[in-house]
Every structure is written in structure tokens, then in C-alpha cells.
Design a protein around this ligand. Structure first.
Ligand code: M6R
Length: 606
């Protein structure tokens, strides 16, 4: 979950390393550092905290070099202090690392017994010691690197400078992604294409087990057997503009507001608006699929749960949805004729990738719903369904969620059609409903001022309970997750039918109870739950639509009236108030909205 960058350059590198690290800060922001070689001597600058702390250090003590490496950290082993910040320098080696060296404890014990002294609490430092020890035996850098890699177990992306080898960077990948960029007399290596965006659009992706040596002109890449490997160079479109906040205070705010346009882009890629037909790319025949298994984490998992409602209802096709970290270890039985769908904004989530591979190894056909189309997950599957919402920078997922749900809605229609459950008239109706969703999302964003007022109250709460039925029960989970992650308020999301089986004990006059209940087939049940909560003094925030507002029992503390929508897209529309609420609660609490504590955007370790 750390971000790494390396440049074998011809012009000053410090500013460019920082520029790249800014693009990688979404991967972690516990500390940052850069290292370079000056007259054959390795030097580094490091600082705990956000990148701006490192920039302040560099202002006082710049590093004037043309080749260097950089790192932004999400701490796994060792507190987020300066001494644990990367790069780690040992003798002739400076290393930055993303991942976990699982056998670091035994390697460290062996190195200490051999007289080596450690300066940090990290797993990474063993790599620097091992490589330095190999170099000390007289091996050339590439051979020493190979010998070092053979000792490591776990997940790693590594980027390394060797003292005295001025114009060279070593890199290796085993798990977390690593991209090689090709420039004009310069070469680059980074955690993703976004990091290399300012320098080049010619990018090759290392495969698992690959290692490489970069100089000014090229990268020599080897596979895990040590044989030279040819990794295709792709032209990756630059997306610099999409990384600006514009007039918004936070990326999350911008991304919430981006949703009408974003969903329009997504939907346009999955339907033919003129013919009112669904047009899912990838050529998958849903009539041959007997079952779908969705694997995902966090918000992507919740999108999958909403997808299950839609696909089962419209296509009568059984769907299982499971948290990838549970799925991968419980030895699930795999059914022939099933399709696995890996759902991931980043396309790099370690557990989702592992769950996908589990299914693929057992012969399942695979698809991925991803934002990052050059990601490891996207490159591993039979069919890629991109969500087209542009880079999502805020750690709290918003526009990727609605784009994922939009894709799943189109897939549900396509599956229903392919399986003969939807005729041409119904297909046209559903497609037109879906095409109308971006306008309704825009209308829902119009609730922002009303939600700001509610946020003032909710921000004082210690606990919040979110309730809903049907797809709204999934959205209740999402509302609670959003509140937890950016405003640090304890929140629970529950299927409202479970209320009487436990959570009703939480109800008191201090705990806001947010009920999500559009006027659909579940409405009456949700309204009863509302009455039960109010009878016990609960302070209800009722998020509904105009018909729901008319039929709601009296007594809610606040009623939020979202636009009226067909059940096909009500989850898309109702997502907006819960996102806005979490955002404004976090702002009112003065929390760091885009970079909440302890989190990282891309979770590339399990
Ligand atoms: O990149 P992915 O969609 O695989 O990420 C999965 C989760 O880490 C992610 O959705 C996380 O839960 C978000 N921070 C939620 O807002």
C-alpha cells in the first residue's frame, strides 16, 4: 500500500520524484522519503507525516541529483516515524519497498547473528542488508539482486539504488504492481501508470516474479526463472487533468459532484441510447452462465451486494457475493458453469486478486469490474468491464461506487435479456430508466444544503445506526462505512428486519437512526421499523422520496426527500445523501477528508 517511484534521469530529479509521490500519496501517507546518489555516495531525505513535511525538509536541504528513488508509506511493520521511513540505506544499498517481507523475522535474526546492526523496525531493512551483504562478496549488482530475491518470501515491489552505480536502478515485483516507463534517454519505474504520467505514456507492466535493471536507455527485464522477458510497451493515456481538485475543497467533494457526468459516461459505454438497447462490451453470453460469484472488499463489496439484488431479480441468475479476504481462505466449492466477477476500483486489492486467482485456478471463467484498466486484476481476467469514472483520489470511494452499480445494472439487464426474462419492451424501458439516472443523481446533489444542517447534528453523535431493506440494506452498510472512515464516528449498518434481533437495544435519544426507505415494495416494513424506533425515543433521520415522505409515520426528527426513482436506480440516487452526509460530518469535525487516519486508497497487502 506504499507508493514507489524511481527515475534514471538526465535532468534534476528531486522535483519530479515529489511530483510523482503526490500522485502516489493515495497509497499511503504515514511518511515519505527520497534517496539519490551524489558523487557516488547515497543520500536521503525523509520525514514522518504527509508529503508536505518532506517538501519542507527538501527546501532546507535539497538533493541535487539526476537519478533517484522515492517512497510514500503506509506503515505495516514499525511506527510511522522518521527512522522507519523509506528509503532504507545500508552500506551500498538504498531501497524503497511496497508490500510485506513475510520471513523478515528469521532473516533479521540471521543478519544480526552475522553482526549486522538494524536502524529501523521495518521488514524492508532486511532487503537492504541482504543485498549489501551479497554485493560485499563481489557479485555484480544484478547477480547480487538475484541472490537477494531468492531469500525473500512475501509480497513486494522493490526499487533500489546501488552506491557507485550512478545511472542504474534495480526493480522487482512479487505481488504489488510495478510499472516501467520508457522516456527519451530516461527510464522510470513506479507503482502505477499514474505515477509515471508526468514523464511518459509508454509503459510496460512487470509480471509477478519479474525483476529488472534500468539504465538511461532501457530496462532489461527477467522472469522468475531468470530468463530475459519481453513485457509489451503500451501507450497509456495521460490523465493529469482529472487529478486536479478544481474549485472544490476536497477530492471527495469533487468526486461526489462528478457523479452525474461520471455515471453518464459509464452508462453510455453499456447501452445504445438511440436504440434503447443494452450493449455490454466483452462478448460474454449470459445464457451460458449458471451462477455468478462476486468477490470484492469494502465499498466494492457493497456495490456487489446491490448487484446481486438486480441480477437475481432481472435475470433469475443466482449470485453469491463475498468479502474477498474471507472467500480466499475458506476453501469455497467452485461450481462449473460459474463466472467470477472481481470488483475493484483500483484493480490492485490483494485479497480480491487472490480470490480471483483461486477461482481461475479451478477453471472458472473470469470478469472484472474495475476503474484502473491497466491494473493487475484487469490484466488477469477473460472479460474487463471498465467503470469509466476517471481516477478516484479521495480515500472514501464515491463516484467509483455509483459507477460500479451502474455497470452492474446494465449487466443485470443484459443477463435478463440473454436468459429470456426480459422482452424488448421491458429492455427499452429499463435502459431508459438507467439513462435517466445521472439526472436524478444531479437532483439528489441538490440536497446538499439540507444535509449540511443534518450533518451539524450528526457530527455530535458518538454512534449512528443506519437501517434499510432490500438494496437499501446494502446502502445502510455503505452509509455506515463512509461515516466511520472519514468522520471516525462509530456507525452500524443493518438490514432493518434484523432490528428486533439485537440492534434495537442501541436505540436511545442520543443515537441518530438513519433509515433509507424509498417508496418501494419494502417501504411499509421500513416504516414499521421507523415507528418501533421512535416508540423507544429514537431520533430518526428518514431518507426517502416524495411518495415515501407522504406516507411516512409522523415523528421523524428530519425527513430528507430525495428524487423519486424507479427501483432499478434507487440505490444510485440514494447513495448521494449518504455520501454528502459523511462528507459534511467529516468537514464539521475538521477531519482530514481525503486522507483519513490509518487508511490508504489502494490496499495491496492482505
Ligand atoms: O480498490 P478497491 O475497490 O478494491 O478497494 C476496496 C476497498 O478498499 C475500498 O472500497 C474501501 O473500502 C474504500 N475506502 C471505501 O470508501
Amino acid at each position: 500500500m506504499c507508493g514507489i517511484i524511481g527515475i534514471v534521469g538526465t535532468s534534476p530529479v528531486q522535483g519530479r520524484l515529489i511530483e510523482s509521490l503526490k500522485r502516489l500519496e493515495y497509497r499511503g501517507y504515514d511518511s515519505a522519503g527520497i534517496a539519490a546518489q551524489i558523487n557516488g555516495v547515497l543520500e536521503r531525505r525523509r520525514a514522518p507525516g504527509k508529503l508536505r513535511e518532506l517538501e519542507a525538509v527538501l527546501e532546507r536541504e535539497p538533493l541535487n541529483a539526476t537519478t533517484g528513488i522515492g517512497h510514500t508509506r503506509w506503515a505495516t511493520h514499525g511506527a510511522p516515524t522518521e527512522r522507519n521511513a523509506h528509503p532504507h540505506i545500508v552500506g551500498r544499498v538504498a531501497v524503497v519497498h511496497n508490500g510485506i517481507i513475510e520471513n523478515f523475522a528469521e532473516l533479521k535474526a540471521e543478519l544480526i547473528a552475522a553482526g549486522r546492526v538494524f536502524q529501523s523496525d521495518t521488514d524492508t531493512e532486511v532487503v537492504a542488508h541482504l543485498l549489501d551483504a551479497e554485493l560485499a562478496t563481489g557479485l555484480p549488482p544484478l547477480e547480487a539482486f538475484k541472490a537477494t530475491l531468492a531469500r525473500l518470501r512475501g509480497a513486494f515491489a522493490l526499487c533500489i539504488l546501488i552506491g557507485g552505480e550512478d545511472e542504474v536502478i534495480l526493480a522487482a515485483r512479487n505481488g504489488p504492481p510495478l510499472a516501467i516507463g520508457y522516456g527519451d534517454g530516461e527510464m522510470y519505474v513506479g507503482s502505477d501508470g499514474l505515477a509515471l504520467g508526468p514523464f511518459t505514456n509508454r509503459i510496460a507492466y512487470l509480471e509477478d516474479g519479474d525483476f529488472a535493471i534500468l539504465d538511461h536507455d532501457t530496462a532489461r527485464i527477467f522472469d522468475q526463472t531468470g530468463a530475459p522477458a519481453d513485457r509489451p510497451i503500451k501507450i497509456v493515456p495521460a490523465s493529469a487533468v482529472m487529478m486536479e481538485k478544481g474549485n472544490y475543497r476536497h477530492f471527495m467533494e469533487k468526486e461526489i459532484h462528478d457523479q452525474p457526468e461520471g455515471c453518464q459516461r459509464t452508462i453510455a459505454a453499456y447501452v445504445d441510447p438511440l436504440a434503447s438497447l443494452v450493449a455490454v462490451p466483452g462478448g460474454l453470453d449470459f445464457s451460458t452462465i449458471e451462477r455468478i460469484q462476486i468477490v470484492a472488499c469494502g465499498t466494492s463489496y457493497i456495490a456487489g451486494v446491490i448487484g446481486r439484488y438486480l441480477i437475481e431479480q432481472l435475470a433469475d441468475l443466482p449470485v453469491d457475493v463475498e468479502i474477498a479476504s474471507e472467500f480466499r481462505y475458506r476453501q469455497p466449492s467452485i461450481r462449473s458453469g460459474a463466472l467470477v466477477i472481481a470488483m475493484s476500483q483500483s484493480g490492485e486489492t490483494a485479497d480480491t486478486l487472490a480470490a480471483l486467482r483461486y477461482c481461475q485456478e479451478r477453471g472458472m471463467k473470469s470478469a472484472a469490474i474495475v476503474n484502473a484498466t491497466e491494473s493487475t486484476i484487469a490484466r488477469s481476467v477473460d472479460v474487463v468491464w471498465p467503470i469509466h469514472c476517471g481516477p478516484e483520489i479521495g480515500v472514501a470511494s464515491t463516484k467509483a461506487f455509483t459507477a460500479q452499480v451502474s455497470v452492474l445494472t446494465a449487466l443485470a439487464i443484459a443477463a435478463g435479456k440473454a436468459r429470456g426474462r426480459i422482452d424488448a419492451i421491458e429492455e427499452a424501458r429499463l435502459v431508459n430508466v438507467l439513462l435517466g439516472a445521472p439526472r436524478l443523481i444531479a437532483e439528489a446533489i441538490g440536497l446538499e444544503d439540507a444535509i449540511k444542517d443534518i450533518a451539524a447534528e450528526v457530527s455530535k453523535a458518538r454512534d449512528v445506526l443506519y437501517l434499510g431493506r432490500g438494496p437499501m440494506s446494502a446502502l445502510a452498510l455503505e452509509g455506515a462505512l463512509k461515516l466511520k472512515e472519514i468522520s471516525y464516528i462509530h456507525a452500524e449498518g443493518y438490514a432493518a428486519g434484523e432490528l428486533k434481533h439485537g440492534p434495537i437495544a442501541l436505540v436511545d435519544d442520543q443515537t441518530p437512526i438513519i433509515i433509507l426507505a424509498p417508496f418501494d415494495s419494502w417501504f411499509e416494513k421500513s416504516a414499521s421499523n421507523m415507528s418501533e424506533v421512535m416508540a423507544r425515543g429514537g431520533q430518526v433521520i428518514f431518507i426517502t422520496d416524495p411518495d415515501g415522505a407522504r406516507h411516512a409515520p409522523a415523528g421523524a426528527k428530519v425527513v430528507v426527500t430525495a428524487p423519486s426513482s424507479d427501483p432499478l436506480v434507487s440505490a444510485l440516487v440514494m447513495s448521494v445523501p449518504i455520501q454528502l452526509l459523511a462528507y459534511h460530518v467529516a468537514v464539521q469535525k475538521g477531519a482530514d477528508v481525503d486522507q483519513p487516519r490509518n487508511l490508504a486508497k489502494s490496499v495491496t497487502v492482505e
